[in-house]
Write a protein that binds this ligand. Structure first.
Ligand code: HSE
Length: 310
């Protein structure tokens, strides 16, 4: 029997302009799971948290991750997973990706790391597909690898890790509005006018250049999304007014976190992130919408073992 205990961090997808191709890992907030491998052929998942998750394992993102991993390495085993800590699903900080990444990373560790880091991300993407109906890695890749990740291409998967320059903090607000990733993806146009694509390409290039050169101003002015945000912001009451207030308080940028409904402000100082978080909380309080605010450091750390016993 072998056992691992794994942590995988929360993450924020898109960073505004990088729809499906950029995501960042957050510090300390995340999922913890334990995986026990023994002889046999089966899978159980036990939820020890107070976060409600489906009882049917076919609906749990960990299931396709474990099965895909075993298929990929050509092995059979009895796998028993215990979920010890869980980000609330729908909180907009990559809950499904954290479980998927923890499962993929943990399985790889159990078997002596037969897969590369990129292949671990590919396996984790199976969980994202179950959760959202699409193979996107902009939460899964940072949850596995940490830092800010650019997904240069999907066929084949080609990921570039960008170390986080300096002290970046995110203020994230989760307003209690239900918007599923599936519905937030379905409302998007299938085609984009050329001038819109040109604006987005410029912003993505500017964001990556700004991160590599630690040009904070360039990072901030590049985090503008002209493709998904115009459709998705309708789900977030007062989005434009909120952004004006948050930017006036010193945030570098404010965008929808992944597919929403959470919103995040990127800041280069904790005090500014605290101020942005306060403004965001007051905004939704005034609208009578319950919310939770987190102020979290952007992290270079990805999935990791927290304890191993063999
Ligand atoms: N890139 C994905 C989207 C992230 O925006 O739909 C989902 O969390």
């Amino acid at each position: 029997m072998r056992k691992v205990r794994v942590f995988a961090p929360a993450s924020i997808a898109n960073m505004g302009c990088g729809f499906d191709i950029i995501g960042l890992a957050l510090d300390e907030v995340g999922d913890i799971i334990e995986i026990v491998q023994s002889e046999g052929d089966g899978l159980t998942i036990t939820n020890k948290t107070d976060v409600p998750l489906p009882d049917d394992i076919e609906k749990n993102v960990i299931t396709p991750v474990v099965r895909t991993f075993l298929k990929r390495i050509g092995k059979k085993a009895q796998i028993d997973v215990t979920i010890c800590e869980k980000i609330y699903p729908g909180s907009g900080i990559g809950s499904s990706a954290a479980s998927s990444a923890a499962a993929a990373y943990g399985m790889n560790e159990l078997y002596g790391c037969p897969l590369t880091e990129e292949e671990v991300v590919e396996v984790a993407m199976e969980g994202e597909n179950l959760a959202s109906g699409g193979y996107h890695a902009d939460n899964a890749a940072p949850a596995v690898m940490g830092g800010i990740i650019l997904i240069r291409g999907y066929e084949p998967l080609d990921v570039v890790k960008i170390s986080v320059p300096g002290n970046f903090y995110c203020a994230v607000i989760h307003p209690r509005i239900v918007v599923t990733t599936k519905e937030a993806r379905e409302i998007l146009p299938k085609q984009v006018p050329l001038h819109t694509a040109i604006t987005q390409w410029g912003n993505v290039g500017g964001l990556v250049a700004g991160l590599f050169t630690s040009d904070i101003e360039l990072v901030g002015r590049s985090m503008k999304d002209v493709i998904a945000e115009p459709y998705r912001k309708q789900f977030i009451p007062g989005f434009d007014e909120l952004r004006e207030k948050v930017l006036a308080a010193g945030a570098l940028a404010m965008n929808i976190s992944g597919s929403g409904p959470s919103v995040f402000a990127l800041c280069n100082h904790k005090d500014k992130a605290d101020a942005a978080g306060k403004i965001m909380g007051e905004h939704f309080d005034a609208l009578g919408i319950k919310n939770e605010v987190y102020v979290v450091k952007v992290s270079n750390k990805g999935a990791k073992l927290t304890r191993v016993s063999i």
